[in-house]
Write a protein that binds this ligand. Structure first.
Ligand SMILES: Cc1ncc(COP(=O)(O)O)c(C=O)c1O
Length: 450
């Protein structure tokens, strides 16, 4: 029986010391620190190396094919080698890859995003989600004339100094529940920068109001991911985002939505789904069709800080590869194919899958639950009710998550090692069956070995 029809156990050949992956890794560590440029790919005894992908399947260097449920950290909404994107990119490559002047493709993708996202009147492009967040923060500072920002505990916003704060805090140092400590989540950040970032708890409107009021004259912006992966995709409680909006508006603090991942929840992103009326939005991932991308957009009066042709507080923004025509062309083809019907289908499949997988957890005897919205889902290895980041932090949960990740790989499914996963448009009913069967087997393996 083909691996595509039913998950096979015993697929983790790549873990063997004589595997192709082991061989590449042994050489890679001589030239790249830890063997990988992306710390989140690091795993023991060595990373999984991929030879290629097609649609929703990807094949490792040992020739093992798995269902790809992580899709380049959610960036590939149509899976691998999506024909309309490939075709558009081939045509663009034949005309050149980047120029020192503007190209029309930038306008076409900008228009598409402004037409879809309620919070966007204008947008500018960069090369990553990290850069999009960085530019949104700079815009907020230039617009308000204030320096500090606030963020939510447990939320990840890329690897930029101001936001690498308190996304992986642990007790006992993490401070009170209603006034989380500002802690470095990475080395290399100046100490004063860490304290500049104020940290709020998720889904606690009273605490947020108290902290924002106390620091109202210093804060340029509050950055919010409406559906944060690192926080376990815990949705905003009813009224929470509106409360944040009302308080920040009173004090002239801007709200930045980080929709680098959450844009995937629907045609108009999480801001259309949950509201919140952001002044600025940072996004990326799916809008690049699989190529490096970031976009910072928002209300016209704020976005004017990027306009080189007008007077007022100005941001010097550039980037050799910003808005390069390959990314813009690929992004346009991917986003045009991700139309209302495609999002509706993904949403229906996602809701169905989350229900099925939650049942598997209930029957499997391993603590865990499946969260998420639209095509996004996350295997969170605790069965506690989830209200904020702290509810997801249990001493054994991270270890269970890593074991589940390996067990799923062994049964033909690729997710992230924190349980982050997503669907792609080439998937259908048979892939949902496949995921359900793989999770059943993986949980059985975990129960046997615990
Ligand atoms: C919510 C969120 N914001 C920002 C980023 C940074 O994006 P990039 O990895 O493209 O720099 C990520 C990356 O995963 C993310 O999940």
């Amino acid at each position: 029986m083909s691996v595509r029809e039913r998950p096979h156990t015993g697929l983790n050949i790549f873990l063997r010391p004589d595997s192709e992956c082991a061989r590449w890794y042994r050489e890679a560590i001589q030239y790249i620190p830890g063997g990988t440029s992306k710390a989140n790919l690091y795993m023991r005894p060595h990373p999984l190396y991929i030879r290629g992908g097609n649609g929703c399947w990807a094949t490792d260097l040992e020739g093992v094919e798995r269902l790809d449920c992580i899709n380049s950290f959610t960036a590939l909404i149509h899976g691998h080698a999506f024909p309309p994107v490939m075709q558009a990119v081939r045509e663009q490559v034949s005309r050149g890859t980047n120029f020192s002047f503007s190209t029309p493709e930038e306008l076409m993708l900008a228009k598409l995003l402004v037409e879809r996202l309620p919070g966007l009147e204008q947008v500018r492009f960069g090369n990553s989600g990290t850069e999009a967040v960085m530019m949104a923060i700079k815009a907020a500072r230039a617009f308000t004339g204030r320096d500090r920002i606030a963020k939510i505990e447990g939320a990840y916003h890329g690897y930029y100094d101001d936001v690498q704060v308190s996304f992986n805090s642990t007790p006992p140092g993490w401070g009170p529940d209603d006034a989380p400590a500002s802690l470095p989540s990475s080395g290399g950040i100046p100490k004063h920068r860490i304290q500049e970032t104020l940290v709020l708890p998720w889904n606690d409107p009273e605490a947020a109001e108290r902290l924002l009021t106390r620091h109202k004259n210093e804060l340029a912006a509050l950055i919010v991911d409406p559906l944060s992966n690192r926080m376990g995709f815990i949705p905003p409680a009813p009224g929470y985002l509106k409360h944040l909006r009302d308080v920040t508006r009173t004090y002239g603090i801007l709200i930045i939505f980080d929709e680098v991942i959450s844009l995937r929840v629907g045609y108009g992103g999480a801001q259309a789904r949950y509201g919140g009326d952001p002044d600025l939005t940072a996004t990326g991932k799916i809008i690049g069709g699989g190529f490096p991308v970031g976009a910072t957009g928002g209300k016209g009066e704020v976005m004017a800080v990027f306009d080189p042709g007008t007077k007022g507080p100005r941001i010097a923004s550039g980037g050799t590869f910003s808005a390069n025509p390959i990314t813009m062309t690929a992004g346009l083809a991917a986003m045009q194919a991700a139309d209302q019907a495609a999002f509706a289908r993904l949403e229906e499949m996602g809701a169905n899958l989350r229900k099925r997988l939650n049942n598997v957890f209930k029957k499997g005897g391993v603590a865990g639950q499946v969260t998420g919205d639209g095509s996004l889902f996350r295997l969170v290895m605790t069965d506690r009710p989830l209200r904020n980041y702290r509810d997801t932090v249990e001493p054994e949960a991270a270890a269970r998550s890593s074991r589940l990740f390996m067990a799923l790989l062994d049964n033909g499914i690729m997710v992230n090692d924190n349980g982050l996963a997503c669907l792609s448009t080439p998937m259908g009913e048979s892939e949902l069956d496949y995921i359900e069967a793989a999770l059943e087997r993986a949980l059985q393996a975990l129960s046997r070995n615990s």
